[in-house]
Design a protein around this ligand. Structure first.
Ligand code: CA
Length: 315
């Protein structure tokens, strides 16, 4: 049998992270080496407990979980979240408290650096939360990124459309300095799934309802933890359901879904009064920098939706 692809997932364990992780676990040729957590949709420690719930649900408790940074580089912490819920998973805790047996004592950042040395050139890192852990790993070990095979992230925006402020996407805005370090110092092939791309490929409500009507424990779990997000979406008259992290994971699992991407130099605004956290693309080469990211511009919806269904299937 061919060698499995090695994935490490860095996550803030909101509801879209949950579906993205189910997606990764549904690929038999992918070995999820570890999951590291970071504060974002919830705090890093709570994110660890959330991940344990998914691993318990899928009988994958052999996958180690490492708790990473609880504060941003500047020391900020999460505020209340009316979409993902304060616990990141819709505030519907299991009656049985989640197991902590797979939560490791090693810090997430140290685990990232260690694994990059143990599996040099082999790890695909998928970042679906703020980029604090990766930024600190890069600062502690400037060669960290050079030892990764590739990195796929959900974050940033390229049309200045925001989802947490007028101009910024949540993950980049949450820790803008970390996003800056990530983009400018990681030095590995980076593929970015932006907020606008996610919006462009959001799901019609009847498709979403079909996805969550699948009669499996995984679909039931997703339905339960997503209820708050769905109620929030309807209350705000959102015309569709908007998955985000799922698209970055789908692109990492199956790069064939990427129909169009462009190589550009991207950085992030860290100073702006209105624009802090906005991704900045040097479309016209004013900065004379080499491209540092592949920006995904379009994906194959049919293949992507198939992957969403496969993730909650029992087969
Ligand atoms: Ca996330």
């Amino acid at each position: 049998m061919a060698e499995k692809r090695l994935f490490v997932i860095d996550t803030d364990a909101g509801v879209d992270d949950a579906q993205a992780i189910l997606m990764a676990l549904s690929y038999p040729d992918v070995k999820v080496l570890a999951i590291t957590t970071v504060s974002g949709n919830t705090l890093a420690a709570q994110a660890g407990l959330n991940i344990s719930r998914i691993l318990q649900l899928t009988n994958r408790l052999e996958i180690p979980v490492f708790i990473g940074c609880s504060e941003t580089l500047l020391g900020d912490v999460k505020e209340k979240d009316s979409y993902h819920g304060d616990d990141g998973f819709g505030d519907v805790p299991d009656l049985n408290s989640p197991t902590e047996e797979n939560i490791q004592t090693e810090h997430g950042v140290q685990a990232l650096i260690r694994m990059s040395k143990e599996h040099e050139g082999e790890i695909t890192l998928i970042c679906i939360g703020p980029l604090t852990n990766v930024a600190i790993a890069t600062r502690m070990d400037p060669d960290f990124g050079k030892r990764l095979k590739a990195c796929y992230i959900m974050g940033g925006n390229y049309k200045a459309v925001g989802n947490i402020t007028t101009s910024a996407e949540f993950n980049f805005h949450y820790d803008a300095e970390a996003a800056y370090v990530f983009l400018n110092k990681l030095f590995c092939p980076i593929t970015i799934v932006t907020w606008e791309l996610c919006k462009d490929h959001s799901l019609e409500w009847d498709l979403y309802d079909r996805l969550r009507s699948v009669e499996t424990e995984k679909a039931k779990f997703m339905r339960k933890i997503e209820k708050k997000a769905v109620d929030f979406s309807h209350a705000n008259h959102w015309p569709k359901f908007v998955p985000c992290d799922e698209i970055a994971m789908a692109a990492a699992l199956n790069p064939d879904i990427i129909i169009q991407s462009v190589n550009v130099y991207a950085t992030v605004e860290v100073n702006g009064h209105f624009t802090r956290g906005q991704m900045v693309i040097d479309w016209r080469d004013f900065l004379n920098k080499k491209p540092n990211v592949a920006l995904v511009m379009d994906i194959d919806d049919k293949k992507y939706v198939e992957m969403l269904f496969k993730a909650v299937d029992d087969k």
